[in-house]
Design a protein around this ligand. Structure first.
Ligand code: 6CS
Length: 334
Protein backbone atom coordinates (compact mmCIF):
# COMPACT_ATOMS: atom_id res chain seq x y z
CA UNK A 1 0.00 0.00 0.00
CA UNK A 2 2.81 2.32 1.03
CA UNK A 3 4.71 1.46 -2.17
CA UNK A 4 1.61 2.15 -4.31
CA UNK A 5 1.15 5.61 -2.73
CA UNK A 6 4.81 6.42 -3.42
CA UNK A 7 4.41 5.31 -7.01
CA UNK A 8 1.34 7.50 -7.49
CA UNK A 9 3.17 10.50 -6.01
CA UNK A 10 6.20 10.00 -8.26
CA UNK A 11 4.01 9.54 -11.33
CA UNK A 12 2.12 12.76 -10.47
CA UNK A 13 5.39 14.66 -10.03
CA UNK A 14 6.77 13.41 -13.32
CA UNK A 15 3.52 14.32 -14.98
CA UNK A 16 3.79 17.87 -13.62
CA UNK A 17 7.40 18.22 -14.69
CA UNK A 18 6.43 17.22 -18.20
CA UNK A 19 3.82 19.96 -18.47
CA UNK A 20 5.09 23.54 -18.83
CA UNK A 21 3.36 25.91 -16.41
CA UNK A 22 0.91 28.31 -18.03
CA UNK A 23 1.62 31.87 -16.87
CA UNK A 24 -0.15 35.19 -17.31
CA UNK A 25 2.38 37.87 -18.31
CA UNK A 26 1.73 41.59 -17.98
CA UNK A 27 2.64 43.91 -20.88
CA UNK A 28 2.44 47.70 -20.56
CA UNK A 29 2.74 50.24 -23.39
CA UNK A 30 2.36 53.99 -23.96
CA UNK A 31 -0.44 54.13 -26.50
CA UNK A 32 -4.02 53.06 -27.30
CA UNK A 33 -5.08 49.71 -28.81
CA UNK A 34 -5.28 51.12 -32.38
CA UNK A 35 -1.93 52.97 -32.23
CA UNK A 36 1.35 51.38 -33.38
CA UNK A 37 2.41 50.23 -29.89
CA UNK A 38 -1.06 48.79 -29.24
CA UNK A 39 -1.06 46.95 -32.57
CA UNK A 40 2.43 45.56 -31.92
CA UNK A 41 1.35 44.40 -28.44
CA UNK A 42 -1.79 42.70 -29.82
CA UNK A 43 0.27 40.83 -32.43
CA UNK A 44 2.84 39.80 -29.78
CA UNK A 45 0.00 38.52 -27.56
CA UNK A 46 -1.57 36.63 -30.47
CA UNK A 47 1.75 34.89 -31.25
CA UNK A 48 2.45 33.96 -27.61
CA UNK A 49 -1.06 32.64 -27.02
CA UNK A 50 -1.17 30.70 -30.33
CA UNK A 51 2.15 28.98 -29.64
CA UNK A 52 1.99 28.27 -25.89
CA UNK A 53 -0.34 27.98 -22.91
CA UNK A 54 0.79 31.37 -21.61
CA UNK A 55 -1.47 34.40 -21.76
CA UNK A 56 -0.69 38.12 -22.02
CA UNK A 57 -2.55 40.88 -20.23
CA UNK A 58 -2.07 44.21 -22.05
CA UNK A 59 -2.10 47.54 -20.17
CA UNK A 60 -2.44 50.52 -22.56
CA UNK A 61 -1.61 54.20 -21.93
CA UNK A 62 -2.97 55.67 -18.72
CA UNK A 63 -3.81 52.36 -17.01
CA UNK A 64 -0.61 52.11 -14.95
CA UNK A 65 0.47 55.75 -14.73
CA UNK A 66 2.85 57.63 -17.02
CA UNK A 67 5.74 56.08 -18.98
CA UNK A 68 8.18 56.58 -16.09
CA UNK A 69 5.83 54.80 -13.64
CA UNK A 70 5.46 51.84 -15.99
CA UNK A 71 9.25 51.52 -16.29
CA UNK A 72 9.64 51.50 -12.49
CA UNK A 73 7.10 48.71 -12.22
CA UNK A 74 8.82 46.70 -14.96
CA UNK A 75 12.28 47.08 -13.44
CA UNK A 76 10.82 46.02 -10.09
CA UNK A 77 9.48 42.85 -11.73
CA UNK A 78 5.79 43.66 -11.24
CA UNK A 79 5.34 43.73 -15.03
CA UNK A 80 7.07 41.37 -17.45
CA UNK A 81 7.03 43.44 -20.67
CA UNK A 82 7.15 47.14 -21.49
CA UNK A 83 7.09 49.29 -24.60
CA UNK A 84 8.82 52.57 -23.81
CA UNK A 85 10.17 55.06 -26.33
CA UNK A 86 13.72 56.51 -26.21
CA UNK A 87 12.04 59.91 -25.79
CA UNK A 88 11.45 58.75 -22.20
CA UNK A 89 14.06 55.97 -21.77
CA UNK A 90 16.82 58.40 -22.80
CA UNK A 91 16.57 60.09 -19.41
CA UNK A 92 17.78 56.79 -17.88
CA UNK A 93 19.88 55.28 -20.73
CA UNK A 94 21.93 58.04 -22.46
CA UNK A 95 22.84 55.77 -25.41
CA UNK A 96 19.11 55.38 -26.24
CA UNK A 97 19.10 59.09 -27.09
CA UNK A 98 20.95 58.16 -30.29
CA UNK A 99 17.46 57.73 -31.78
CA UNK A 100 16.71 61.35 -30.95
CA UNK A 101 19.81 63.08 -32.34
CA UNK A 102 18.38 65.46 -34.97
CA UNK A 103 19.03 64.84 -38.65
CA UNK A 104 20.47 61.35 -38.16
CA UNK A 105 17.45 59.04 -38.46
CA UNK A 106 15.89 58.28 -41.86
CA UNK A 107 12.45 59.60 -42.80
CA UNK A 108 11.92 57.99 -46.23
CA UNK A 109 9.56 54.99 -45.68
CA UNK A 110 11.60 52.47 -47.71
CA UNK A 111 14.87 53.48 -46.04
CA UNK A 112 13.16 53.39 -42.65
CA UNK A 113 12.03 49.79 -43.12
CA UNK A 114 15.47 48.52 -44.19
CA UNK A 115 17.23 50.52 -41.49
CA UNK A 116 15.09 49.08 -38.70
CA UNK A 117 14.92 45.56 -40.09
CA UNK A 118 18.55 45.10 -41.16
CA UNK A 119 20.60 47.91 -39.61
CA UNK A 120 23.49 46.79 -37.40
CA UNK A 121 23.08 49.70 -34.97
CA UNK A 122 19.38 49.04 -34.32
CA UNK A 123 19.67 45.27 -34.17
CA UNK A 124 23.03 44.65 -32.50
CA UNK A 125 24.31 47.60 -30.51
CA UNK A 126 21.64 48.25 -27.86
CA UNK A 127 21.06 44.79 -26.35
CA UNK A 128 23.97 44.89 -23.91
CA UNK A 129 23.25 48.50 -22.94
CA UNK A 130 19.61 47.82 -22.01
CA UNK A 131 20.77 44.71 -20.09
CA UNK A 132 22.81 46.98 -17.81
CA UNK A 133 19.47 48.46 -16.74
CA UNK A 134 17.80 45.11 -16.08
CA UNK A 135 16.03 45.00 -19.45
CA UNK A 136 16.07 42.37 -22.20
CA UNK A 137 15.58 44.35 -25.42
CA UNK A 138 13.19 42.58 -27.79
CA UNK A 139 12.41 45.01 -30.62
CA UNK A 140 12.91 48.56 -31.84
CA UNK A 141 10.46 49.97 -34.38
CA UNK A 142 9.47 53.30 -35.99
CA UNK A 143 6.11 55.09 -35.79
CA UNK A 144 6.62 57.76 -38.44
CA UNK A 145 8.42 61.03 -39.07
CA UNK A 146 8.29 63.52 -36.21
CA UNK A 147 6.19 66.54 -37.11
CA UNK A 148 6.18 69.82 -35.20
CA UNK A 149 2.69 71.19 -34.56
CA UNK A 150 2.47 74.85 -33.57
CA UNK A 151 -0.16 77.58 -33.35
CA UNK A 152 1.83 79.94 -35.61
CA UNK A 153 3.82 79.17 -38.76
CA UNK A 154 7.62 78.99 -38.74
CA UNK A 155 10.15 78.16 -41.43
CA UNK A 156 13.36 79.40 -39.77
CA UNK A 157 14.96 79.06 -36.32
CA UNK A 158 14.40 82.82 -35.90
CA UNK A 159 10.65 82.37 -36.38
CA UNK A 160 10.62 79.52 -33.87
CA UNK A 161 12.22 81.75 -31.27
CA UNK A 162 10.13 82.18 -28.13
CA UNK A 163 7.70 79.36 -28.97
CA UNK A 164 7.23 77.01 -26.03
CA UNK A 165 7.53 73.50 -27.43
CA UNK A 166 6.61 70.44 -25.37
CA UNK A 167 8.96 67.46 -25.66
CA UNK A 168 9.13 64.06 -24.02
CA UNK A 169 11.46 63.90 -21.03
CA UNK A 170 14.84 62.87 -22.52
CA UNK A 171 17.31 65.76 -22.04
CA UNK A 172 18.43 65.56 -25.66
CA UNK A 173 15.01 66.70 -26.83
CA UNK A 174 15.31 69.87 -24.76
CA UNK A 175 18.77 70.47 -26.22
CA UNK A 176 17.39 69.93 -29.73
CA UNK A 177 14.65 72.54 -29.43
CA UNK A 178 16.97 74.97 -27.66
CA UNK A 179 19.38 74.64 -30.59
CA UNK A 180 16.46 75.17 -33.00
CA UNK A 181 15.74 78.51 -31.28
CA UNK A 182 12.59 77.47 -29.35
CA UNK A 183 11.85 77.40 -25.60
CA UNK A 184 11.28 73.71 -24.86
CA UNK A 185 9.41 72.24 -21.89
CA UNK A 186 9.57 68.51 -21.05
CA UNK A 187 6.25 67.00 -19.98
CA UNK A 188 4.83 63.49 -19.66
CA UNK A 189 2.17 62.59 -22.22
CA UNK A 190 -0.73 62.97 -19.76
CA UNK A 191 -0.06 66.70 -19.38
CA UNK A 192 0.26 67.69 -23.03
CA UNK A 193 -3.38 68.27 -24.03
CA UNK A 194 -4.03 70.46 -20.97
CA UNK A 195 -0.79 72.39 -21.59
CA UNK A 196 -1.83 73.12 -25.20
CA UNK A 197 -5.34 74.14 -24.15
CA UNK A 198 -4.10 76.55 -21.49
CA UNK A 199 -1.29 77.98 -23.66
CA UNK A 200 1.31 76.68 -21.25
CA UNK A 201 2.91 75.41 -24.45
CA UNK A 202 2.58 76.64 -28.05
CA UNK A 203 3.41 73.40 -29.79
CA UNK A 204 4.83 69.89 -29.64
CA UNK A 205 6.31 67.14 -31.82
CA UNK A 206 4.88 63.72 -32.64
CA UNK A 207 4.31 61.41 -35.64
CA UNK A 208 1.34 62.18 -37.92
CA UNK A 209 -0.67 59.13 -36.90
CA UNK A 210 -0.53 60.20 -33.24
CA UNK A 211 -1.31 63.85 -34.05
CA UNK A 212 -4.45 62.74 -35.85
CA UNK A 213 -5.51 60.16 -33.27
CA UNK A 214 -5.34 62.61 -30.36
CA UNK A 215 -6.55 65.76 -32.15
CA UNK A 216 -3.26 67.62 -31.66
CA UNK A 217 -3.79 69.32 -35.04
CA UNK A 218 -6.98 70.89 -33.61
CA UNK A 219 -5.00 72.46 -30.76
CA UNK A 220 -1.98 73.56 -32.81
CA UNK A 221 -2.98 73.46 -36.49
CA UNK A 222 0.33 74.24 -38.22
CA UNK A 223 2.11 70.97 -39.11
CA UNK A 224 5.76 71.48 -40.03
CA UNK A 225 7.75 68.59 -41.51
CA UNK A 226 11.29 69.53 -40.53
CA UNK A 227 12.77 66.13 -41.47
CA UNK A 228 14.80 66.00 -38.25
CA UNK A 229 13.59 62.78 -36.65
CA UNK A 230 11.77 59.48 -36.79
CA UNK A 231 9.59 58.53 -33.80
CA UNK A 232 11.13 55.35 -32.45
CA UNK A 233 10.00 53.00 -29.72
CA UNK A 234 11.38 49.87 -28.03
CA UNK A 235 9.91 46.71 -26.47
CA UNK A 236 11.67 45.06 -23.54
CA UNK A 237 11.23 42.34 -20.94
CA UNK A 238 12.35 42.42 -17.32
CA UNK A 239 15.77 40.71 -17.60
CA UNK A 240 15.46 38.61 -14.39
CA UNK A 241 12.08 37.33 -15.51
CA UNK A 242 13.50 36.52 -18.96
CA UNK A 243 16.57 34.76 -17.54
CA UNK A 244 14.37 32.61 -15.31
CA UNK A 245 12.45 31.19 -18.27
CA UNK A 246 13.13 27.90 -20.05
CA UNK A 247 15.05 28.07 -23.33
CA UNK A 248 11.80 27.12 -25.03
CA UNK A 249 9.90 30.09 -23.55
CA UNK A 250 12.76 32.46 -24.37
CA UNK A 251 12.59 31.30 -27.99
CA UNK A 252 8.80 31.71 -27.93
CA UNK A 253 9.24 35.34 -26.85
CA UNK A 254 11.95 36.09 -29.44
CA UNK A 255 9.82 34.57 -32.22
CA UNK A 256 6.74 36.54 -31.13
CA UNK A 257 8.78 39.77 -30.97
CA UNK A 258 10.14 39.18 -34.48
CA UNK A 259 6.73 38.35 -35.94
CA UNK A 260 5.23 41.48 -34.34
CA UNK A 261 8.11 43.61 -35.64
CA UNK A 262 7.59 42.43 -39.24
CA UNK A 263 3.89 43.13 -38.88
CA UNK A 264 4.34 46.67 -37.51
CA UNK A 265 7.11 47.63 -39.96
CA UNK A 266 4.66 47.20 -42.82
CA UNK A 267 1.76 48.76 -40.99
CA UNK A 268 3.51 51.84 -39.56
CA UNK A 269 4.13 53.38 -42.99
CA UNK A 270 0.52 52.75 -44.00
CA UNK A 271 -0.80 54.28 -40.75
CA UNK A 272 1.39 57.36 -41.17
CA UNK A 273 -0.03 58.09 -44.64
CA UNK A 274 -3.58 57.43 -43.42
CA UNK A 275 -3.09 59.86 -40.53
CA UNK A 276 -2.11 62.69 -42.87
CA UNK A 277 -4.98 61.97 -45.29
CA UNK A 278 -7.45 62.07 -42.40
CA UNK A 279 -6.11 65.37 -41.05
CA UNK A 280 -6.41 66.97 -44.51
CA UNK A 281 -9.94 65.64 -44.84
CA UNK A 282 -11.25 66.61 -41.41
CA UNK A 283 -9.38 69.77 -40.39
CA UNK A 284 -10.16 72.80 -42.60
CA UNK A 285 -7.79 75.00 -40.53
CA UNK A 286 -4.71 72.85 -40.92
CA UNK A 287 -1.59 74.33 -42.53
CA UNK A 288 0.96 71.76 -43.76
CA UNK A 289 4.49 72.98 -44.38
CA UNK A 290 7.36 70.80 -45.52
CA UNK A 291 10.65 72.67 -45.20
CA UNK A 292 12.72 72.99 -48.37
CA UNK A 293 16.28 71.63 -48.37
CA UNK A 294 17.54 75.17 -47.90
CA UNK A 295 15.23 75.82 -44.95
CA UNK A 296 16.17 72.48 -43.41
CA UNK A 297 19.85 73.34 -43.67
CA UNK A 298 19.46 76.16 -41.13
CA UNK A 299 18.10 73.68 -38.55
CA UNK A 300 20.58 70.97 -39.51
CA UNK A 301 23.50 73.31 -38.97
CA UNK A 302 22.32 73.98 -35.42
CA UNK A 303 21.81 70.23 -34.81
CA UNK A 304 25.57 69.57 -34.95
CA UNK A 305 25.91 70.89 -31.38
CA UNK A 306 23.25 68.44 -30.20
CA UNK A 307 25.16 65.49 -31.67
CA UNK A 308 28.25 66.68 -29.79
CA UNK A 309 26.28 66.93 -26.54
CA UNK A 310 25.01 63.38 -27.11
CA UNK A 311 28.52 62.00 -27.59
CA UNK A 312 29.71 63.80 -24.50
CA UNK A 313 26.99 62.11 -22.45
CA UNK A 314 26.96 58.68 -24.09
CA UNK A 315 30.76 58.42 -24.53
CA UNK A 316 32.64 56.13 -26.91
CA UNK A 317 29.74 53.70 -27.11
CA UNK A 318 27.39 56.48 -28.12
CA UNK A 319 29.83 57.72 -30.73
CA UNK A 320 30.16 54.23 -32.22
CA UNK A 321 26.36 53.90 -32.36
CA UNK A 322 25.90 57.19 -34.22
CA UNK A 323 28.65 56.28 -36.69
CA UNK A 324 27.06 52.88 -37.32
CA UNK A 325 23.60 54.46 -37.69
CA UNK A 326 24.94 56.73 -40.41
CA UNK A 327 26.52 53.74 -42.21
CA UNK A 328 23.25 51.77 -41.90
CA UNK A 329 21.29 54.66 -43.43
CA UNK A 330 23.74 54.88 -46.32
CA UNK A 331 23.33 51.14 -46.87
CA UNK A 332 19.52 51.41 -46.68
CA UNK A 333 19.62 54.28 -49.19
CA UNK A 334 21.62 52.31 -51.72
O1 6CS B 1 4.35 62.33 -27.06
C1 6CS B 1 4.21 61.37 -26.33
O2 6CS B 1 4.42 61.44 -25.12
C2 6CS B 1 3.67 60.08 -26.92
N1 6CS B 1 3.92 59.97 -28.32
C3 6CS B 1 3.75 58.82 -28.93
C4 6CS B 1 3.80 58.72 -30.41
N2 6CS B 1 3.58 57.68 -28.27
C5 6CS B 1 3.51 57.61 -26.83
C6 6CS B 1 4.11 58.85 -26.17
O3 6CS B 1 3.75 58.93 -24.83
Amino acid sequence: MKQTTKLIAITALLGLAGTAQADNWKYVHEEGADDPQGLYAAKFKEEIEANSDHTIQIYPVGTLGESADAMEQTQAGLLQFIDQSPGFTGAMIPEAEAFLVPYVQPTDPVEVRTYFKEGKAVNEMFHEIYREHGLELLAIFPEGEQVVTTKEEFRTPEELEGMKIRTMTSPLLLETYESFGASPIALPWGELIGALKTNMVDGQENPTIWIEAYGLDDLAPVLTYTGHAQYTTAVMANADFYDGLSAEDQQLIQDAANAAQDYILDLAVELDAKGLAKIKETNPDVVINRLTDEERAAFEERAAAVEEAFIERAGERGKAIIEQMKKDIEAARS
